[in-house]
Design a binder for this molecule. Structure first.
Ligand SMILES: *Cc1c(COP(=O)(O)O)cnc(C)c1O
Length: 380
């Protein structure tokens, strides 16, 4: 089956419950014994194994081309459970510089308490990765497309590097979604997602997923069920419903992102636009080779006296709010939101200026978004 068909049918349960075309919500914390012997086989919401969990997990594994998948209570539950399942005291982790703020802070603030050490690697300089390896390095965590600078590393090279040194390779595939990138095809062992974003797509739930090799997914789930970051069945249902339109939505995010990036790049008040679909992006060539689309996230800076704050105040369509991946356009200043927790010097070193604007473009009509941007830039 093609991806678009799997989005809609991979979670189908036969026979259908009472003939219902859509899987109902099993809002039951516990289920009658059916002779299970092992704790993990008992059906209970926290064990991530009710019919709603199983169905959405099947869809996620199918669309990424992976052996298995489990959903979690948030993207951070997926990431923290994965790292805690794979690393123990005395181990060392390599992670990409400029990771999502929550992942970055989890690594720097919490892993050392557990005796796990780490080093950050510069994704743009593969020759430098080896020097960061230690004899106790066990895993590497990267992102398909970083945020807000939209860096795309050479993922084939990363997987080769991980394999050559016996590291478990973990990729946060949130920004690309399985429509634009499928990690197992490139050899990644595990992918993690914030399903809060494109997978659900409607800014109305928080959810996460861990997808990949069955043995590793099971290991992560054993940790996740004890940390307690499970997903509620109602959220499983909403997530599965959102996923059905993923291909249509992401196609529109990709188109709108490209159009807006091109318009902004030629605007006299705009100093620079960061979007992997633009030839001016340093990773454009690798992004074109590895991704099926450049996504809906773009960042830009205004020239001299123009004010990002004034621009945001005059926009009528995009909402000034954090997050991304929903049907509606959202706009933020990363220095004040996603990366506010980093110290200003570190932020500048990563290339995130105080005036950097991040637009998470929605699936509204590109013409309306572009017209709105043009009028707001007039006031900036
Ligand atoms: C939002 C996000 C997360 C965290 O997800 P939550 O669902 O908010 O816990 C992790 N990684 C990336 C890339 C994200 O954008």
């Amino acid at each position: 089956m093609k991806l678009q068909t799997m989005l809609i049918h991979a979670g189908d349960v036969q026979p259908r419950f009472a003939g219902a075309v859509t899987l109902p919500i099993f809002q039951s914390s516990t289920f009658e014994y059916e002779g299970q012997r092992k704790y993990e086989d008992v059906k209970y919401i926290r064990l991530n194994n009710t019919p709603n969990h199983v169905a959405v997990g099947k869809v996620l594994a199918a669309i990424e081309g992976a052996e298995a998948a489990v959903v979690t209570g948030s993207g951070m539950a997926a990431i923290s459970s994965t790292l805690l399942a794979l690393l123990k005291a005395g181990d060392h982790l390599l992670a990409q510089q400029g990771l999502y703020g929550g992942s970055h802070t989890f690594i720097t603030d919490h892993l050392p308490d557990l005796g796990v050490s780490f080093d950050f690697i510069n994704a743009a300089e593969p020759e430098s990765w080896r020097a960061k390896l230690k004899s106790n390095t066990k895993a590497v965590l990267v992102e398909t497309i970083s945020n807000p600078l939209l860096q795309v590393l050479d993922h084939r090279r990363m997987v080769d590097f991980a394999r050559a040194h016996g590291l478990v390779s973990i990729i946060d595939n949130t920004l690309a979604s399985p429509i634009n990138f499928r990690p197992p095809a490139f050899g990644y062992d595990l992918s993690v997602h914030s399903c809060t974003k494109y997978l659900n797509g409607h800014s109305d739930i928080v959810a996460g997923a861990v997808i990949g090799k069955a043995e590793l997914v099971e290991r992560v789930n054993r940790k996740a069920v004890h940390l307690g970051g499970c997903l509620d069945p109602h959220a499983c249902f909403l997530l599965e419903r959102g996923i059905k339109t993923l291909a249509l939505r992401v196609r529109q995010h990709n188109e709108n992102g490209q159009k807006m990036a091109e318009v902004l790049e030629s605007h006299p008040k705009v100093a620079r636009v960061i979007y992997p679909g633009l030839p001016s992006h340093p990773d454009h060539a690798i992004a074109r080779e590895l991704l099926d689309g450049f996504g809906g996230l773009l960042s830009f800076e205004l020239k001299g006296a123009a004010s990002a704050q004034r621009l945001i105040e005059h926009l009528r369509i995009p909402v000034h709010a954090p997050s991304l991946g929903g049907v509606e356009s959202l706009i933020t200043l990363p220095a004040r939101t996603s990366h506010a927790g980093l110290d200003p010097q570190e932020r500048r070193r990563l290339g995130i200026s105080d005036g950097l604007i991040r637009l998470a473009i929605g699936i509204e009509a590109a013409e309306d978004l572009i017209e709105d941007m043009a009028q707001a830039l007039g006031f900036a």
